[in-house]
Design a protein around this ligand. Structure first.
Ligand code: DAH
Length: 347
């Protein structure tokens, strides 16, 4: 508003109020409304500048002029107060609607899950061996021929390869055994070594106790003066922790290309205590893993001097241990995802 000479005659209250009302209408919320209000009633707002103009007026004109400006201010204040109250009400309603809770709705029941038996057994194995100082090392699931076979003293024409046929992919194969982890670790780390390598393996196998994908737990110890006795002592501790305090082990001669001598390890049947029952097929013993003293050639392949160091290795099927521990009679139960089966493993 420009302050002309005859302003006192010409405040144009109606025009100012109408203009303020229009500006207020465009304000989206109470914050924007406040900005509009300040354009009229703020320190450099229109009404305030009218008041300041009063000083320039003749003494006798001041009272009427002052009263008119004060009335105008009061009208605008009342208008903004009402608009502000309405805007705030709308904002509150919106906020409440967004936050509203229907207290009559039934609650959502969260049923808690459980670890898969293979995971439970894997964790338990890691716990037991970690307690003996083993470190976990995980190798890749897609391996190459060298790590899965050749470096493990199983050359291309070796008959032992027949038992571990697998899926071949470009540049590699799905590993048939976690034993590949032995080579990968020995290439990276000098002895002393105490390694545990869990993981998925793949084979062309499929019956009640074998599946094309399953899990193994590999173990490797390399140091000066390691013998088969160290393996047996460690296995005794292991079966006590895994099955029962009274469990015993038995070693039978066997063959693996990467160990010499090689053994199959049996554990005394925890169901009948060795008397003979359905679980142990009347023998009192159950086969749990393969093991042996690491073949010199394997150490050589990894740049470890077999005249200075020796070691033992073992490998077991995690599904097999789970089946024995929990009395599961078909390996397929472990991959069918039937909740009635899985629920039995909740703590
Ligand atoms: N890799 C063997 C298999 O899959 C299991 C095994 C046997 C691992 C003897 C070992 C071992 O480390 O020493 O049948």
């Amino acid at each position: 508003m420009d302050l002309e000479e005859n302003l006192e005659e010409n405040i144009e209250e109606e025009k100012i109020v109408a203009e303020a009302a229009r500006a207020a209408e465009t304000a989206e919320d109470s914050r924007a409304l406040y900005e509009v209000k300040m354009q009229y009633l703020g320190r450099s707002g229109k009404v305030t500048s009218l008041m300041q103009h009063m000083k320039k007026l003749a003494q006798e004109l001041r009272p009427t002029f002052g009263k008119r400006v004060n009335d105008l201010r009061a009208r605008l204040e009342a208008m903004f107060a009402e608009l502000d109250a309405r805007a705030k009400e709308r904002e509150m309603a919106k906020k409440l609607a967004a936050e509203s809770v229907d207290v009559t709705m039934p609650g959502r029941k969260l049923s808690h899950g459980a670890l898969h038996p293979v995971t439970i057994v894997k964790n338990r194995l890691i716990d037991i061996f970690a307690g003996m100082g083993f470190e976990v090392f995980e190798g890749p699931e897609i391996e190459n021929d060298y790590y899965n076979f050749t470096a493990l003293n199983t050359p291309a024409d070796h008959p032992a390869r027949d038992m571990q046929d697998t899926f071949y992919v470009q540049g590699g194969l799905l590993r048939t055994q976690t034993s590949a982890g032995q080579i990968r670790l020995m290439e990276k780390k000098k002895p002393p070594i105490k390694m545990l390598s869990p993981g998925r393996v793949f084979r062309s196998d499929d019956d009640a106790t074998h599946s094309p994908m399953f899990h193994q737990m590999e173990g490797l110890v390399v140091d000066r003066g390691i013998t088969l006795c160290d393996l047996q002592g460690m296995l005794d501790e292991f079966v006590k922790a895994m099955f029962s305090e009274t469990s015993k082990t038995r070693l039978r001669p066997s063959y693996f290309p990467f160990t010499e001598p090689s053994v199959e390890v049996d554990v005394s049947c925890h169901a009948c205590g060795g008397k003979g029952c359905a679980l142990c097929k009347g023998t009192g013993w159950i086969e749990v893993l393969g093991a042996g003293v690491v073949n010199r050639r394997v150490l050589e392949n990894c740049g470890v001097d077999p005249d200075e160091y020796s070691g033992f290795a073992f490998g077991m099927g995690i599904e097999r241990i789970a089946m024995l521990k929990y009395g599961i009679n078909n390996i397929k139960l472990l991959t069918e995802n039937d909740v009635r089966f899985l629920e039995q493993f909740k703590d």
